[in-house]
Design a binder for this molecule. Structure first.
Ligand code: ADP
Ligand code: MG
Length: 450
């Protein structure tokens, strides 16, 4: 089909307008693609890059655009295959870059990538900004500030930037850090009173090419940490290094945020992520279903999408709950009835008694990055003691568990440790508004209606 080759640019233009691609996505992904050849019923398209990451991304996101565009414009149906420009038959020297030092230091969750991030109207802008920054760190939006409620994909996007950057430029020094870890690092090095420890901590962050700090609302108001962060920010920004921040609110609503920060954050781009609409929820659920061995009917997916609306973490929770139930019931066919039963806890969250200790435990574990085994262990380091105490507190507060039952659940012989933990949290809440805010966020996550 000579026609396709001759009208190649027109096809790309059509995709741009028809799918409302913004110019960053278009210029990055579609524009560089060249027509290669047609064989049988397949159009081969050349990706002028030797980057497998780009290949995966384009293949996943844009294949059906080309398919549709060609079928509309030429009234003929073709399959689409992408080919990497350097694709040799024997691509023997494959290196697993995820094993590199830089990759390991970056601290990234392998599941949080652009390829698995579903784009919807709620996150479109944040997604393109993240992609643009990942393509050319330090050059376009600096800092990039992403804000939005819990479970809407901020962390997922940040990690995606990290993966993308490292896969395309493996020698980039990417650092992802939660505000909590950053705070601990700063406090511990200061507490050590040892100048070389402090210098080491500073070097670590100030040598980053891409620094991502997640949930910065937890840094604000902590004097020493905020100061350290401010200096790190300035050093990196001056050197043209990329900074990416996330928070639950826009800078102007972070009340105790130093005015110095507000002006600096405004130098870059501030984007938000909203709660997902119905279509986006459906798309996310379909992706989960695709990656699951069990077949899940569309009416079940619709049922979840109609009932679980607040955020994506809950959407995933609901989905997993159904899979678990079907596993327990040992059935391959999940009926709507099973799904309804499985989701009762999650959907009717104003009925307190339906929130289980397992559920609370999972939310707390996820929040603090510890495992349920850690929580039940006898380990006494602060990283585990804090979430353990918070778990005890929330079990009392949200589902009225007795101290004895909480102790039993955590496999502790003596329930006085639970009393102690509960009291400890209650006292700290009064002393530390930042901490109170954090606990409250966790509470909302567990039980949005309360
Ligand atoms: P946040 O950091 O905003 O609280 P996360 O990034 O931790 O939210 O997202 C919560 C969960 O939802 C994660 O498992 C994440 O992979 C998933 N998720 C969020 N947004 C999307 C999306 N657009 N597509 C697919 N999964 C998503
Ligand atoms: Mg997060």
């Amino acid at each position: 089909m000579q026609e396709i080759k001759e009208n190649w640019e027109k096809i790309k233009e059509y995709i741009k307008t028809e799918y409302e691609l913004n110019s960053v996505s278009y210029n990055t992904w579609i524009l560089p693609l060249d027509f290669y050849k047609i064989e049988e019923n397949t159009v081969f398209i050349l990706i002028p890059s030797d980057n497998p990451q780009a290949f995966n991304y384009i293949n996943k996101k844009y294949k059906h655009f080309f398919k549709e565009a060609i079928s509309v414009l030429f009234n003929d149906s073709f399959d689409i295959e992408f080919v990497l420009d350097n694709s040799k038959e024997d691509n023997e020297e494959y290196v697993d870059i995820t094993q590199s030092i830089n990759y390991k230091n970056a601290n990234l969750n392998p599941k949080y990538k652009f390829e698995t991030f579903v784009i919807g109207s709620n996150n479109k802008l944040a997604h393109s900004a993240a992609l643009a920054v990942a393509e050319s760190p330090g050059e376009i939006y600096n800092p990039l500030y992403i804000y939005g409620g819990a479970g809407l994909g901020k962390t997922h996007l940040m990690h995606s930037i990290g993966h993308f950057t490292l896969e395309s430029k493996p020698d980039t020094n990417v650092i992802y850090v939660t505000s909590e870890d950053f705070t601990n690092d700063v406090i511990e090095s200061i507490r050590s009173g040892n100048q070389s420890t402090i210098t080491k901590m500073r070097d670590k962050y100030r040598n980053a090419d891409v620094l991502m700090v997640d949930d910065i609302q937890f840094i604000i108001g902590k004097d020493a940490t905020q100061e350290e962060f401010f200096n790190t920010f300035n050093t990196l920004h001056l050197a043209g290094k990329q900074i990416i921040l996330s928070s639950d609110k826009p800078p102007k609503e972070l009340e105790t945020l130093d005015a110095r920060f507000k002006s600096r954050f405004a130098m870059g781009l501030i984007v938000d992520i909203q709660a997902p609409d119905y279509e986006t929820r459906m798309a996310i659920l379909r992706q989960l279903a695709e990656n699951n061995a069990k077949k899940i009917d569309d009416d079940i997916i619709k049922y979840i999408a109609e009932n679980v609306k607040s955020n994506i973490r809950e959407l995933e929770g609901a989905f997993n709950q159904i899979i678990n139930i079907s596993r327990i019931e040992n059935t391959d066919h999940i009926t709507l009835d099973t799904a309804e039963k499985a989701l009762k806890n999650i959907i009717n969250q104003n009925q307190n008694e339906l929130i289980t200790p397992d559920y609370i435990l999972n939310v707390v574990c996820e929040e603090f990055g510890v495992s349920p085994e850690d929580m039940r262990s006898s380990r006494r380091n602060q990283e585990i003691v804090t979430p353990r105490h918070i778990f005890m507190y929330l079990c009392r507060q949200i589902i009225d568990m007795t101290y004895e039952d909480i102790a039993k659940y955590l496999m502790k012989k003596d329930h006085t440790t639970v009393i102690h933990g509960y009291k400890r949290v209650k006292e700290d809440l009064l002393k530390d508004p930042e901490y109170a805010n954090r606990i409250n966020n966790i509470k909302v996550k567990i039980s949005p209606q309360n």
